[in-house]
Design a protein. Structure first.
Length: 297
């Protein structure tokens, strides 16, 4: 059986794309391994109508709504490989099946590459945070930190004082005089000695141990990990990738079409700015784009 569209990835982008296609009465298969990027977070914030809900609860409800459409099917599996063939694409799943579709929509996301600092990984999504708009309000009025990994974190450090007193851990990143002035104007303290360990009863955070032995009291810290593609499918299909600020991005047009005809991409794997609302919006565009391509060729 050949589906109209196979959506790879069943999180915010993938399910939003599938919804548009289902409502266009197209045969859709959603392939998902059940490991969304935000699985480490207890709640999703800043998402209109969903603020404070657990990500898995949002996705469970979305899947139930999609299941009401007769043209939608789900495959609980990991997509291991993909290839172009006459009339569309063949997708190899880790359960041994091969599924086929006229169009392929990649909502495969990215995987965070966390700094190798003891105590950081167990706190990821709880007191080690990525996005202040997603989690800053919940960390308000606490002693906050920013773990620098690139120039973007100098910008982030100037924002964080809106949520609480802030310390920037520069981790060896050079800071010019003008930026130091801007940070000082925002009341940001700067620690030049590298962070070598995060302390406290996990997942709580009480402080950061520095290379010189000092301990700086903090209760939450913002980090900007680099990312890699969570799936090899875009590279296997030959999709053009661009260099984003934190890692590779799949190049897409306004309707989320990639450089490979018939392949669309949405969500964190195809944009530099990451949050649930943006991923969902991308999915809508990708779903509509894929449908238009089926109609107009």
């Amino acid at each position: 059986m050949s589906h109209d569209v196979i959506v790879v990835g069943g999180s915010f982008a993938g399910l939003s794309a599938a919804m548009q296609l289902a409502r266009a009465r197209r045969d859709v298969l959603v392939v998902d391994a059940g490991l969304p990027r935000n699985r480490f977070a207890d709640a999703s914030h800043g998402f209109l109508g969903q603020d404070g809900k657990a990500p898995f609860d949002i996705l469970r409800e979305a899947r139930c709504q999609l299941a009401a459409y007769p043209t939608v099917r789900f495959a609980a599996a990991e997509a291991r490989d993909a290839a172009m063939e006459e009339g569309g694409f063949a997708l190899a799943l880790n359960d041994g099946r091969t599924v086929r579709g006229k169009r392929l929509l990649l909502a495969t996301g990215v995987a965070d590459q966390l700094p190798d600092i003891p105590g950081l990984k167990p706190r990821w999504g709880a007191t080690v945070l990525h996005c202040p708009y997603c989690h800053g309000y919940e960390a308000r009025d606490r002693r906050l930190g920013v773990l620098a990994s690139g120039p973007m974190d100098l910008h982030k450090a100037q924002m964080i004082p809106d949520w609480g007193p802030t310390t920037l851990f520069s981790q060896g990143l050079p800071i010019d005089a003008a930026t130091r002035e801007q940070l000082a104007a925002r009341g940001v303290a700067i620690e030049e000695a590298p962070v070598v360990e995060l302390l406290g009863d996990e997942p709580a955070l009480s402080g950061a141990r520095l290379a010189d032995g000092r301990i700086v009291a903090i209760e939450a810290i913002f980090a900007s990990p680099t990312v890699r593609m969570a799936s090899p499918l875009a590279q296997r299909l030959g999709c053009t990738l661009d260099d984003g600020p934190l890692g590779p991005l799949i190049r897409v047009d306004d309707w989320k079409a990639t450089s490979v005809p018939g392949v669309f991409a949405a969500g964190d794997a195809a944009r530099a700015n990451h949050n649930a609302t943006l991923a969902s919006a991308d999915g809508v565009l990708a779903g509509v784009g894929a449908h238009r391509s089926l109609v107009f060729g």
